[in-house]
Design a protein around this ligand. Structure first.
Ligand code: AMP
Ligand code: MG
Length: 485
């Protein structure tokens, strides 16, 4: 392989789907591509490590001015329910270069987000702002290092062009890396704009790509629904574990591979309150922290609706099977959620009354607006949190009971280890994210790089991270995050 190829090794399995699923579309060149951040570790993993020392290539290839060897750029078609309403969408500002096959044999979509207009752009400009692409880079890398399935970010390249937002901002292209960009909305699209064979082909494709162990199931559509449900339950439970609020859980933003993706108005919760929501457009709190499981269930019902016609030739039986599947969600979720909460509390071997222990703690935390991350870190350290909650006699009583339960764990090392792995020291606190982005946009990348580094070891406890242990008083009250900026 010539060294100038940097190890690009593209395949294009998605482009092998029926034509209705995509349009050929090259990225639109930008005036002055300049690399703002590049993820060397990820490049290495992808097999394009030599790109790390070639700034010029990074800029032209990941800014969209030149195609890497073997790329076949396309925009993917999809639909989706946005805030409950069905819409035709599609990649309006993202272009898939292809699927990179890594030296380890894994397959990853390489997508340029903000790469210019496509047939799906509608009235949009196809571009993205530097600030929002850096935000996605930061948040996705934070999630990755928290051990939560997610798309990743290879680079952010500033375009040297302005994008017309309120106010006018610098443009940028994010190179996004994901197991795939298949979403619930891809199936909604197939059902609405394809035919039955398109739905079947897509199901087989999704199973082969993500769940090969389920290929050959008696009812492929049902097998897919079940596995996506299991993956989504696991994902949402993980979000809840670290206080993550996705912010825009429309069906086009729910991935079939079970990864977190489409980082728009997402944020981490500080004070514990299930109603927490930061997204400027989510005025009803549809996607609030504590609604995320319900919304995942709703989205899965939409997926079920798209798959229904091909589940079984016997329509009644198909409906019955799909219902039974979807109805498992509540139990599956509750079970996994409690298991995750037991992990946070170090209860390796839980007993039925421990559910009450969890519920009582959360009620106390909510009443006292206790900081979510700090409270659990304190417990992990077997200390009391530095919070008003400790002045509540009910909390003191709770703490005693919990300490007792912890003592009863036969394997104490396992209990402490479980707490260490379940309770991060560092999350991407809103005020830190904003400070880093503000500096970055003003030309100082140092705080951004520092924050990315800090978030690479979210569970390591050095005992001295005050910046990560609280949010400035009142910061969250007026804090708003934004969607497609
Ligand atoms: P999102 O909110 O990022 O999930 O995007 C919803 C839809 O709007 C998708 O079809 C995007 O491709 C499209 N979109 C968002 N921003 C832009 C933009 N600046 N130009 C064109 N399409 C966009
Ligand atoms: Mg989206």
């Amino acid at each position: 392989m010539p060294s100038s190829s940097h190890g690009w090794n593209f395949d294009h399995s998605y482009a092998g789907l029926p034509d209705v699923f995509f349009r050929e579309q090259a990225p639109s060149p930008v005036t002055q591509p300049e690399v703002v951040v590049f993820n060397e570790a990820l490049a290495e993993e992808l097999g394009i490590g030599s790109l790390s020392s070639d700034l010029q290539a990074q800029a032209v290839l990941l800014g969209g001015n030149q195609l890497p060897p073997g790329a076949q750029p396309i925009a993917q078609a999809y639909a989706g329910h946005q805030f409950g309403h069905f819409t035709m969408l599609g990649d309006g500002r993202a272009i898939l270069l292809g699927e990179q096959i890594t030296p380890a044999g894994q397959r990853f979509d390489i997508q340029l987000k903000g790469a210019g207009r496509t047939p799906f752009s509608r009235r949009g400009d196809g571009r993205a702002t530097l600030s929002s692409m850096l935000r996605e880079y930061l948040m996705s890398e934070a999630m990755y290092h928290l051990g939560i399935p997610t798309s990743r970010s290879l680079a952010v390249v500033a375009t040297g062009e302005q994008v017309y937002r309120q106010p006018i901002q610098t443009g940028a292209v994010l190179s996004r890396v994901a197991s795939s960009h298949l979403r619930v909305g891809t199936f909604e699209f197939a059902k609405r704009f394809g035919d039955e064979s398109a739905v079947r082909i897509l199901i087989d494709y999704a199973l082969a790509r993500h769940y090969p162990e389920r290929v050959g199931s008696e009812r492929p559509a049902l097998a897919l629904l079940e596995v996506v449900m299991e993956k989504q339950v696991a994902l949402i439970v993980n979000w809840l574990r670290v206080g993550f609020i996705h912010g825009v859980m429309n069906t086009d933003n729910m991935g079939i591979a079970g990864e977190t993706f489409d980082y728009g108005p997402c944020a981490f919760m500080n004070a514990y309150d299930p109603k927490t929501v930061f997204s400027s457009i989510d005025t009803q709190g549809r996607y609030a922290y504590g609604h995320q499981a319900r919304i995942a269930h709703w989205n899965l019902a939409v997926l079920a609706g798209a798959l229904l016609p091909v589940v079984d030739p016997d329509e009644e039986l198909a409906l019955e099977l799909v219902r039974a599947s979807i109805d498992r969600f509540a139990d599956l979720f509750t079970e996994s959620w409690f298991r995750m909460m037991f992990d946070k509390l170090g209860l390796v071997i839980a007993q039925p009354s421990d559910r009450k222990l969890v519920e009582e703690l959360l009620l106390l935390m909510r009443t006292h607006q206790a900081d979510f991350t700090h409270t659990f870190l304190a417990l992990r350290r077997e200390q009391q949190p530095e919070e008003a909650i400790t002045e509540d006699p009910d909390f003191q009583q709770w703490f005693e009971r919990w300490t007792q339960r912890l003592k009863e764990q036969t394997d104490r090392t396992a209990a402490l280890d479980l707490m260490t792995r379940s309770n991060p020291v560092r999350i991407a606190r809103n005020h830190l994210v904003e400070a880093a982005l503000e500096a970055a946009v003003a030309g100082n990348m140092q705080p951004f790089h520092q924050l990315v580094r800090d978030l690479q070891q979210p569970y390591r406890d050095t005992g001295e991270e005050p910046a990560f242990q609280s949010a400035p008083a009142g910061f969250d009250e007026g804090y708003k995050t934004y969607c497609g900026t």
